[in-house]
Design a protein around this ligand. Structure first.
Ligand code: CTP
Length: 412
């Protein structure tokens, strides 16, 4: 199961979730559930048409809060309800949004609790359209969406795929997982790293022996991806340079896929131009085969002897460049150690000229490669040592990113 760990981007947040009359309304229940589990207070408003597909009870059951309908609009607290809902909201998400509701929003019509609330909000508005391809492509819908975007609304999707009509085309509501990514991007856009440029590397590298065989390592990329997400949550412009790992790209990150240490080096050296912080979480190969066979090495030719040569130390190149240009301001390295954790990590911090090093003992079963938890120690250039308890990789990323925020300070 895919759950969202509670973290600061969702703490004390209030999201209004508007549901309109589309079959994709069933997916909105999953979205409401995911957000609630992440710690968001989700207040749901259903239109009349939405209730043909799902019920308020569906949403009350997953959010633990009341779900509102137009019946509430005519109730005893009607005159304050929409104002009350709108006041505390950090974001109004309308998912799914039908062509009809989009038209009403574009023209400021207010004939339901949802459309009245949409006029009362002062927070951002996010719309996830869901409709038949023909309706989406119709000039009326396109013009309405353009008007809304012009006024600052965030339109997410629709995605391509099979629609309720059986046709394949653009009109499906984007998946809840992806919507959550857009939601956190919006919630974080004025965060502590707004206007900062952050580069994160993640995963291992593959050094080819022949066209089918590689020298690899056990890095899963999870810690690096969590760091990229944390930087996005704080409003940073994020480039994620990833080795060969199979993880979804956090929404908003610019992902560059690389295979080898040389490709990683070239991608990093290009990306760090104008960067505020580099977090080098990738497990880059230290050695690569001197020769890569052009053809597959055959078994009948006997056991091959593979000779290795060192790769460039990317962090070393980055900090050398920093001594000339001053950028990146903050350079964070990671030390995966199997012995003498602190002494080895300190030596790396100094040798590589880092601002901060995140050290972990890879021999612990609950930390390091592949698992979802990590136990790390932070050591900074001033010699301060902070040992952290066992945490999820998301939590480790949060702590590291808070340090990066502090290290960057107010200036540049
Ligand atoms: N690193 C790098 N370039 C390399 C190898 C590693 O920039 N060619 C970076 C890693 O991304 C990490 C840090 O250096 O942030 C430390 O990596 P690690 O493999 O622990 O250290 P090494 O310097 O390779 O030393 P050793 O393997 O001997 O422990």
């Amino acid at each position: 199961m895919n759950t969202l760990t509670k973290n600061s981007i969702f703490n004390d947040r209030q999201i209004l979730l508007g549901i309109t009359g589309s079959i994709a309304a069933y997916k909105a229940a999953d979205l409401a559930s995911k957000l609630t589990q992440a710690g968001v207070q989700v207040s749901v408003i259903l239109t009349e048409a939405a209730q043909q597909f799902v019920t308020p009870l569906t949403f009350q059951s997953v959010t633990g809060l009341r779900a509102y309908t137009d019946t509430d609009l005519w109730g005893s607290e009607a005159h304050v309800l929409h104002i009350g809902l709108a006041e505390g909201a950090d974001l109004l998400v309308i998912a799914p949004a039908t062509a009809n509701t989009i038209a009403k929003l574009a023209h400021g019509q207010a004939d339901s609790l949802l459309t009245i609330t949409a006029l009362a909000i002062r927070c951002p508005l996010m719309i996830a359209p869901a409709m038949d391809m023909g309706m989406f492509e119709h000039t009326a819908t396109q013009v309405n969406l353009a008007m809304l975007e012009e006024r600052g609304a965030i339109v997410v999707g629709p995605a391509e795929g099979r629609m309720a009509s059986g046709l394949i085309g653009k009109g499906r509501m984007v998946e809840p997982e992806e919507l959550v990514g857009h939601i956190r991007l919006t919630l974080g856009r004025e965060g502590s790293l707004a206007e900062r440029v952050v580069v994160v590397t993640a995963g291992g590298t593959h050094e080819p022996i022949d066209p089918v065989r590689v020298v690899a390592n056990r890095s899963s990329g999870k810690q690096g991806f969590a760091l990229a997400q944390s930087a996005l949550d704080r409003g940073a412009d994020v480039t994620l340079i990833a080795g060969p790992v199979h993880l979804p790209t956090p929404v908003g990150a610019k992902r560059l896929n690389v295979e080898t240490a040389v490709e990683m080096r070239d991608a990093v050296m290009t990306a760090v131009e104008g960067t505020d912080a580099l977090l080098m979480a990738a497990a880059v190969a230290d050695f690569r085969p001197v020769l890569t066979a052009a053809e597959k090495i055959k078994r009948r030719d006997g056991v091959p002897v593979v000779q290795f040569e060192p790769t460039d130390d990317i962090l070393g190149l980055v900090t050398k460049r920093r001594s000339e240009t001053g950028r990146p301001t903050v350079v964070v390295g990671f030390a995966a150690e199997s012995q003498d954790l602190l002494a080895n990590a300190r030596a790396k911090l100094e040798e590589k000229g880092l601002t901060l090093i995140v050290a972990n003992d890879i021999t612990a079963p609950d930390a390091g490669f592949a698992v979802d938890t990590n136990r790390v120690t932070l050591i900074d250039a001033q010699g301060e040592v902070k040992e952290l308890p066992l945490m999820s990789k998301t939590e480790v990323a949060e702590v590291v990113m808070e340090r990066v925020v502090a290290l960057l300070g107010n200036g540049d």
